[in-house]
Unconditional design. Structure first.
Length: 100
């Protein structure tokens, strides 16, 4: 899987999460994933909640539009972002570059 791909109702992004990473930031990672640093610890879902909030803010959508669809307890996660697929893809390009 590439770092992100378009879906019918939005996009799917692959994100490698580093909990307790200082400050929250979403940046380009490798060809397979974006990289997220989360200040929250990986305890009781705190890091997942912080990741959802970070991705929602980065893509300009509500938190309810971001869903973890894979890797809930792993560092490498897949998230579905609901919304205008073209606008979300453009934001992903801005975050990552030209990866399809």
């Amino acid at each position: 899987m590439t770092a992100w791909k378009q879906a019918a109702d939005g996009i799917i992004v692959a994100v490698r999460v580093t909990p307790r990473g200082g400050r929250d930031a979403l940046t380009a990672g490798t060809a397979e994933h974006l990289a997220a640093r989360i200040a929250a610890p990986p305890v009781d879902g705190a890091a997942n909640a912080a990741l959802v909030a970070l991705v929602a803010k980065a893509f300009g959508v509500a938190k309810r539009d971001v869903t973890i669809v894979g890797g809930e307890s792993a560092r490498l996660k897949r998230l579905a972002i609901a919304g205008d697929a073209e606008a979300l893809a453009e934001r992903a390009r801005a975050l990552y570059g030209d990866a399809p």
